[in-house]
Design a protein around this ligand. Structure first.
Ligand code: ADQ
Length: 471
């Protein structure tokens, strides 16, 4: 029941919810931290995460009511656990093999050890609470932790949420340690996924790997009689905050600046971490075809790609950056008209929230075209910002993003692997009726507002508590 929760909450995630800015440490911006704030304020609690700051993360920051328990990792652990097993084995495997997963036994050992280190830190943090906390473990970095925690804290309610897709059994089967991973997750009281499809992939994987597991609705009854809930709850954003951000004076100022730069042009936009799952190269190829087919568009068109640097210690990510920059150079070389601005603007950096909101307001077409994506919050941010300011932008959305299931026919749905098809859809968006576009944006924003990130937290934590009461 929302708001009735009394136990302290212990979040266990790869990242701590704080970052260091020019004025010192503060709570990180972002949906998860914003959504946890009211819960933490009410019940208190702690957060266990990797301490990746050279000078160490403090045990408390002023603006977030939560004790921080940083876990220090050695260079070898970072290499094997984070860059290795998490980002080069699990990440590509769980994103439908859009890159080849690397199987390395030393990385797996390191993953086990680091999951154990997080578990120890969590047990210690739990010991400092006045009563047994609800422990909420996050994401693919820590899939073994629920089982390790169950051994140490048999009475604690334990939840797990996976922020990335869960692959079908045929793909999971490639992982030599799939049994251990599934057993790790099954020790939680509730295992959460963004979509029913990922949840069903998990259930099928469990049933194909272990004999005698019965699925009754969202409950899995294990051979020893224990029950685990496998639930689907799509993550979201703080919609109200984004709507306010959209209308803020600072966003308005940013918008005026960029509107001048792009005056008289149709603006297509991409906003992503620079990750091979996000489909940035395919998107650029579609843009190239679009400009090739429509010479008249070249001087009245701009594609802005904002790409946040990501995982640049990993070879595949460095290669991707080179490939993207080569493609941007090629397109601009081919299509820039003398005396005119370039068609593709590529920003390799994170931008402020106000600038991001200004780009969302400016865009005529938002291109969210991942090859595979657990959910994708950019799509939700875009429709919220557009609706808050009466916008009529179009959302071009990949059918392989979790978000696609939530917006029905209001999005222009695309298959990002079909580069030519996607370029034809881009062209078609230019002819859509503005009143229809505005109505679609309003409906999508309403769906986001109804299922915002606060609801996601409540539903997830309720599932853990209800499951904990089961045998
Ligand atoms: P991510 O893969 O990081 O998250 P996403 O959900 O799109 O993907 O979130 C990205 C966030 O970063 C958004 O809030 C966006 O505003 C911000 N961002 C992106 N580019 C930026 C830029 N250049 N400057 C500033 N901010 C930028 C993983 C999964 C997703 C899942 C989330 C949450 O891969 O599928 O939706 O977790 O569960």
């Amino acid at each position: 029941m929302p708001g009735s929760r009394q136990r302290p909450l212990l979040v266990v995630a790869n990242r701590l919810p704080v970052s260091r800015g020019p004025e010192g440490w503060r709570a990180s911006a972002g949906g998860l931290v914003t959504a946890m704030r009211p819960v933490m304020d009410r019940v208190g609690g702690a957060w266990v995460g990797w301490d990746d700051d050279p000078e160490g993360v403090p045990s408390r920051v002023d603006d977030f009511a939560c004790d921080l328990h940083p876990v220090r990792l050695s260079d070898e652990e970072v290499a094997g656990f984070y860059h290795g097993f998490a980002n080069r084995t699990v990440w590509p495997l769980f994103h439908d093999l859009v890159a080849e997963p690397v199987i390395d036994r030393a990385w797996w050992r390191c993953y086990q050890e680091v999951n154990h280190r997080f578990t120890q830190a969590t047990v210690e943090a739990a010991g400092q609470q006045e009563q047994t906390p609800l422990i909420w473990v996050h994401d693919y970095h820590l899939m073994l932790a629920p089982r390790m925690l169950r051994t140490e804290l048999p009475d604690a309610p334990i939840g797990f949420f996976l922020h990335v897709p869960f692959p079908p059994p045929e793909l999971l089967g490639r992982l030599p340690w799939r049994d251990e991973v599934l057993q790790g997750l099954l020790a939680a009281d509730a295992v959460g996924f963004h979509t029913v499809r990922y949840r069903d992939n998990f259930v099928r994987s469990v049933q194909q790997t272990f004999h005698g597991v019965n699925a009754l609705g969202d409950r899995l009854v294990l051979p020893d009689g224990r029950q685990v809930r496998a639930v689907a709850h799509p993550i979201s954003i703080d919609a109200q905050e984004f709507a306010e951000l959209a209308r803020s004076e600072e966003t308005q100022r940013e918008l005026e600046e960029i509107s001048e730069q792009f005056a008289g042009r149709r603006v297509f936009l991409g906003v992503d971490r620079l990750d091979y799952t996000k489909g940035i190269r395919h998107r650029l190829q579609s843009i190239e075809l679009l400009l090739e087919r429509n010479p008249e568009l070249r001087s009245e068109f701009a594609f802005v790609q904002v790409a946040v640097p990501s995982r640049d210690d990993v070879e595949e990510y460095r290669d991707l950056r080179t490939q993207v920059e080569t493609e941007v150079g090629r397109i601009n070389g081919r299509f820039t008209e003398p005396g005119h601005d370039v068609p593709v603007h590529y920003l390799y950096r994170g931008v402020s929230r106000e600038k991001l909101a200004a780009y969302y307001r400016l865009a005529d077409v938002m291109c969210v075209t991942p090859l595979k994506d657990g959910m994708n919050l950019v799509a939700k941010e875009f429709v919220t910002v557009q609706a808050a300011t009466g916008g009529d932008g179009v959302l071009l959305l990949s059918e392989f993003a979790g978000t696609a299931l939530e917006f029905g026919t209001d999005v222009v749905r695309c298959n990002p692997f079909d580069v030519e098809g996607m370029s034809l859809l881009m062209e078609a968006t230019l002819g859509l009726d503005p009143a229809d576009r505005r109505a679609r944006i309003r409906r999508m924003a309403e769906a986001v507002r109804e299922a915002d990130v606060f609801r996601w937290v409540e539903e997830e934590l309720d599932a853990v508590e209800r499951s904990h009461l089961l045998p």
